[in-house]
Design a protein around this ligand. Sequence first.
Ligand code: 5GP
Length: 237
Amino acid sequence: MEKRQELYAGKAKSVYATDDPDLLVLHFRDDTSAFDGERMESLARKGMVNNRFNAFIMERLQAAGIPTHFVKRLSDTESLVKKLEMIPVECVVRNLAAGGLVRRLGVEEGKELVPPTFELFLKNDALHDPMINESLAETFGWATPEQLAEMKALTFRVNEVLKQLFADGGLLLVDYKLEFGLFKGQIVLGDEFSPDGCRLWDAETRNKMDKDRFRQGLGGVIEAYEEVGRRIGIGFD
Ligand code: 5GP
């Protein structure tokens, strides 16, 4: 497999073509962004930590029967993935109230959500990823009702696998965002799963151990990501 030209540079990852039209290389950079790219910083080791974190989680999900784009980790900061036709919709599941839900509905942070909630957002930085629903996604052609049903089912299956995985490490999976795409017509989990796109709290102290440390200027961002990784069995050396 040969890495070829850069196709796209996102806020934290760059995507490269390969000599195989079905495969891409994801390069996890040290860049960190918040508030739709308004705040950007480089955090040493972040690319390596998130690449290893994502590889570990994607392998666990794959083993649990959830189709993912992940093929293999190539280096400290690069992974090989299947090329998906991305669906511009973010799927969010919440087990506990935090972030946008607290702001929008005024519920108390940390309230347990039974059953867990499921929300859709349009992936569009210029519009600040507005909340959407199935009707809007269908009408505007972002995803079909069948694709949305499959994405919802897969997003909840991910919850069952990861809630337990993190619980075993003394962590609460508060919420997370997933993105899906199509590979030869099949809905497949894409993008990444790392503490950049989920909330993880220490189960005892409720300390935040995810990207909220960066968003809220709490410091110790990468140290927290590494601590989460160590607790669930990821080695970073
Ligand atoms: P909220 O709606 O509370 O801002 O986000 C819910 C969950 O989805 C959080 O775990 C948050 O990190 C994740 N999330 C939502 N939108 C994005 C996004 O555009 N980028 C990243 N990295 N995570 C997101």
